[in-house]
Design a protein around this ligand. Structure first.
Ligand SMILES: *Cc1c(COP(=O)(O)O)cnc(C)c1O
Length: 350
């Protein structure tokens, strides 16, 4: 396996079509009070909740490459379907407005659909066309049917998210770039590279980080915490995340081969289900708020953060480790789960 230089990798990234959407580089905040309290590794938080677009999050980075490619191919309408409280739908609606693309969102009529708050509220402010689908319908099929209908009308649609392998691979490519950003930040701090990176990921974000580490020959371990499991249509198993790593490398012109066993993506922190706050996430969120003045949400970033805290508690990480938690955003969700978040915060005081 040949090792690629940072320089080479960033040159390969620079060859790809890209649109400007995110405020980069995002800050890297050291967490002294949290690190001391946990009595374990040094902890930094990479603030991808601060990417700027429509309250930030990891999709702003990803859409730079996904929509860069779409614009390059002459796409005029983008389609995304997901949970009604989708972070991606919110960030996509904003990005599409900025690029002058039509955006069709197909939210599931799930338990939160009636409450136009949080992500759902924000997504509607950017002029996206909202075409709700039944909770039991396949999102993937609904998006494909919509694309077929638009094609028949002479349009040039692109499907985003689940069901578009290209979009998922380009989302991973964005996190190859994010890893280079983290390396630069550690070099500037004269700190050795992190031993571990923890992140909430359904696949793409983790795959990008993992590809970068493998291509550069670094030893940083990528630990993904999945906010969903096999019960959800969008769940990606380790074998498919390994495949995304290879696909991201291929887009950059490199051959990479990964086994599913090399992918550390945990479904242990899902709690009762995807989209439902877990008690561990609520406790973790309260701890982070009180020690560092930072917020995570109870269904995405909070679940990843609870996974990091859990691994520190069982001694999987020690005081000789240096950990980066990538904050992938999701903060508008706290308004949707206001009561639960308040109960979680009060419970943590007891
Ligand atoms: C979409 C999202 C993720 C997962 O990103 P992937 O690239 O699918 O791994 C994690 N956290 C938040 C807040 C998200 O919105």
């Amino acid at each position: 396996m040949t090792i690629v230089s940072k320089q080479r990798l960033s040159e390969a990234l620079n060859q790809l079509p890209r649109v400007h959407l995110a405020h980069l580089p995002t800050p890297l905040d050291f967490c002294p009070r949290l690190s001391r309290l946990m009595n374990g590794p040094k902890i930094w938080i990479k603030r991808d909740d601060c990417t700027g677009l429509a309250f930030g999050g990891n999709k702003a980075r990803q859409h730079e490459f996904i929509l860069g490619d779409a614009v390059h191919r002459g796409v005029d309408v983008v389609i995304q379907g997901a949970a009604s409280q989708s972070n991606q739908s919110r960030q996509l609606a904003a990005a599409a407005a900025r690029l002058g693309l039509e955006c069709i969102l197909m939210p599931r009529k799930d338990a939160l659909f009636q409450s136009v708050q949080g992500n759902q509220l924000i997504a509607r402010l950017f002029g996206a066309k909202i075409v709700p689908i039944e909770p039991t319908e396949s999102v993937k099929k609904a998006k494909e049917d919509m694309a077929a209908k638009l094609r028949a009308e002479g349009r040039n649609p692109a499907i985003l998210g689940m069901g578009s392998e290209k979009a998922l691979s380009l989302a991973a490519v964005a996190y190859v770039a994010a890893y280079l950003e983290i390396v630069d930040q550690f070099e500037r701090l004269s700190e050795p590279l992190p031993t571990h990176i923890y992140v909430t990921s359904q696949g793409s974000t983790q795959a990008g980080l993992q590809s970068a580490v493998r291509l550069l020959g670094h030893s940083t371990r990528i630990c993904g915490i999945n906010p969903m499991d096999h019960r959800n249509e969008a769940y990606e198993a380790p074998a498919s995340i390994a495949h995304q790593c290879e696909a991201a490398a291929r887009i950059l012109g490199y051959d990479l081969s990964l086994l599913p066993e090399e992918i550390n993506n945990s479904t242990d922190w899902v709690g009762s289900d995807y989209g439902l706050p877990s008690s561990a996430a609520l406790r973790g969120a309260a701890l982070l708020a009180r020690t560092e003045g930072l917020l995570v949400d109870p269904v995405y970033s909070g679940k990843g953060f609870s996974g990091l805290l859990g691994d520190i508690k069982v001694g999987r990480l020690t005081s000789s480790d240096r950990v980066v938690f990538i904050h992938t955003g999701g903060l508008p969700a706290i308004f949707t789960y206001a009561d639960t978040c308040l109960e979680g915060a009060a419970g943590a005081l007891e």
